[in-house]
Ligand binder design. Structure first.
Ligand code: IVH
Length: 680
């Protein structure tokens, strides 16, 4: 069906109007219409797009929901190097910076801009003819990961910019607000998912997700404070950049100061330290930049960073309070973490009543006693730490804290293995078993259908399951005895468990619940080792090797063999695989017939779709993830957009622009029925 000229015109003007309201709402925080009116416009836009999918604009405001997941991120070169800055921690160091500027510029006057240093992840976004075409991470400064699809889900980032020059690269920081971050962590806690330690980690983890539809659900925001390549305009100073970006509809730092000299800069930094407490996002310092670009060009860069800017980090905020008691927290892997229960106190804008004490050694080293007055600090992490005891305020009756004795008192049967810093429960508790089992079966692990925390709890409580390996010997007769589990769902559960035996290797690795191994690391490990046996047999040298010097000689320093897998992760893996209980679990899984390796992609018998790339579009009878998994299991790949390399377009009902493009490029189009025939 084709829209009339009038309908099309209405649609285009609606899209533009909604984009404008998005900027007003998300970037300027000055909504021009009510939510109700906005929803009405949005609904009208969506109705048109559903009716005429072929006419949907690529930069429609509805395109914020993400695209099909990627296999991995493409690496793209930065046109203009993306540099970073070293941190300084004291005013004298900032003063040295002014002295350097004066010397290098031979006394020529420059001004400075002071901006908040937003604690997030640096990105670069490229617009060509006003259209967002590319989004990159910093990477190593020369090349970054192509995270375009992830960035497009950020409502604060315009997809189209009116009045932009031919090429405009904007640079800034993706972050999470305090509120967005705590809401997200709360939801994760409710779902039994691992919590992020702080907003920065959460942002970095989110931007690394290969499925932009998941990114769309996370509370990411962006602030822009610089430019990369610009063609068709010439910008002369930092304050001009900030004003121009703001005028174009980008979100810029909510505060900045122009300073004429060093003294004014230091005063602005002090002012920022006060103001930042009210900011909605984490700010860990100030960035001081030479304002004039001509001077910047003269100053240039060292091998590591530009000479014209400096980052100053604020000291973490501290507070004094009373340590009422030390309690213990037991993690998924049985590790016991001591927690300080505190007299509630205000710190960095939040009320704090608990802090981590790390481990037994830390308590002994600092001689932390119940009843003590302690100094707590929040350095980026959400959980504050106890940094010192105020000895002058120690009560006479305070006695040294005896970790082992307290464990016994509480009836916790724990051990501390030689060489380990942590105490661990000898036998996992019921609660830990439930958590481990829920994790094993969860979406990002073996993805067992019809399995949730309630089922995990029922199975453990009934005593049918002690370790995840026991799942595979469950009987139908046992399941129907469980409360709330009908005959039919018992059957579904069993078939879900059966299917879980042949999942991708990374899922199995993630499912094992090895400390420090999240989904992304599990993927990296699976790609590197290829099988669970190879991973289990890895040694220290499999992860870390000596760096080589210029002449090929071995240096003292070590580097990762697998990018992103450093000492902490390596240690975690090595310890985990030496535990006899874990070895036993692996054998149990092997006997049950769980596949320990990804199906060989070069085995044409198992991988009839080897070398074929699919794009999926339109409405199909099952969720897209079903088709994606099927394609990948048979050796094929799935991509989000149609191009010359696309082998097939699987097109459901109401396929839109992708179908048109495929037809134009002569790509074979499959209906769902054709697809089913193809995969047998
Ligand atoms: S300027 C070469 N401005 O902090 C110029 N950076 O330690 C570098 N950051 O790598 C960027 N807020 O990731 C700049 N207002 C701001 C910033 C900022 C946060 C980050 C950025 C940078 C690091 C510098």
């Amino acid at each position: 069906m084709k829209p009339t000229a009038r309908e099309l015109q209405r649609y285009e003007s609606l899209a533009e109007e909604i984009s404008r309201h998005d900027v007003a709402y998300y970037t300027l925080a000055q909504p021009a219409i009510s939510d109700f009116e906005y929803d009405k416009l949005y609904r009208e836009l969506k109705d048109f797009e559903e009716k005429y999918p072929g006419h949907k604009l690529p930069d429609s405001p509805t395109n914020r929901v993400g695209a099909a997941p990627l296999e991995q991120f493409r690496q793209v070169e930065h046109r203009v190097k993306m540099e970073s800055l070293d941190n300084t921690y004291s005013f004298p160091e900032v003063e040295e910076f002014f002295a350097r500027m004066e010397k290098l510029l031979e006394g020529r006057k420059v001004s400075y801009v002071v901006e908040p240093k937003v604690d997030g992840v640096a990105v670069s976004v490229r617009y060509e003819q006003g259209k967002l075409v590319l989004g990159l991470t910093r990477g190593d400064g020369s090349k970054g990961d192509d995270i375009t699809e992830n960035l497009k889900t950020l409502k604060q980032l315009p997809l189209t910019v009116k009045g932009a020059p031919e090429v405009l690269e904007v640079r800034g920081e993706v972050y999470m607000t305090h509120a967005g971050f705590s809401r997200m962590n709360q939801e994760r806690e409710e779902k039994g998912l691992e919590l992020f330690a702080n907003a920065r980690n959460a942002t970095a983890g989110t931007l690394k997700l290969l499925d932009s539809r998941e990114v769309a659900k996370r509370p990411l925001s962006i602030v822009l404070y610089g430019v990369g390549e610009v063609k068709g305009w010439s910008l002369a100073s930092q304050d001009e950049v900030l004003a121009t970006l703001k005028k174009l509809g980008f979100s810029v730092p909510e505060w900045h100061a122009l300073a004429a000299n060093g003294e004014e800069v230091l005063a602005s930094i002090t002012k920022l330290d006060q103001l930042r407490k009210k900011f909605s996002y984490p700010t860990d310092g100030a960035v001081v930049k030479v304002n004039e670009f001509a001077a910047r060009a003269e100053l240039g860069s060292t091998a590591k960073a530009p000479r014209w800017a400096i980052a100053y980090k604020f000291a973490p905020e501290q507070a004094e309070t009373t340590l009422k008691a030390v309690t213990f927290q037991v993690g998924r892997t049985g590790v016991i973490t001591p927690v300080a229960e505190l007299e509630t106190v205000q710190l960095s804008g939040t009320k704090v009543s608990r802090a981590t004490l790390h481990n037994a050694d830390e308590i002994a080293r600092k001689d932390i006693r119940e009843g003590d007055t302690v100094v707590i600090e929040k350095a980026g992490e959400i959980i504050p730490k106890v940094v010192a005891v105020v000895l002058s305020k120690r009560p006479a009756e305070a006695v040294p804290f005896d970790f082992a004795a307290r464990l016994t008192e509480l009836g916790l049967d724990a051990v501390r293995e030689p060489g380990e810093v942590v105490w661990r429960l000898r036998q996992p508790s019921q609660e830990q078993r439930i958590r481990a089992l829920s994790h094993f079966a969860s979406k990002q692990c073996l993805d067992i259908e019809n399995f949730g925390p309630a089922v995990a709890e029922a199975l453990i409580t009934a005593g049918y399951v002690k370790t995840p390996g026991d799942l595979f010997s469950l009987k139908h007769e046992q399941l129907v005895l469980l409360d709330k589990l009908a005959d039919k769902s018992a059957e579904n559960l069993l078939s879900g468990i059966e299917a879980a035996k042949r999942r991708e290797l990374w899922r199995l690795i993630h499912a094992l619940g090895i400390p420090n191994i999240g989904a992304q690391t599990a993927r990296d490990l699976a790609r590197h080792f290829g099988s669970l046996d190879a991973l289990a047999g890895a040694t220290y040298e499999s992860y870390l090797r000596k760096k080589l010097g210029k002449k090929g000689q071995e240096l003292k320093a070590e580097e990762s063999v697998i990018p992103g897998v450093g000492g902490v992760v390596a240690e975690s893996l090595l310890v985990w695989f030496t535990d006899p209980a874990h070895r036993e679990l692996l054998e149990q899984l092997r006997v049950a017939g769980v596949s320990f390796a990804d199906e060989k992609k070069n085995d044409a018998g198992n991988a009839p779709l080897m070398g074929k790339t699919f794009v999926i579009t339109g409405t199909l009878s099952k969720p897209r993830s079903y088709f994606e998994e099927k394609i990948r299991a048979l050796g094929g790949e799935v991509s989000g957009s149609v191009g010359k390399k696309t082998s097939y377009l699987l097109a459901g009902e109401e396929a839109g622009s992708k179908l048109e493009k495929a037809q134009k490029l002569g790509v074979t189009v499959l209906s769902e029925e054709d697809f089913n025939k193809l995969v047998g």
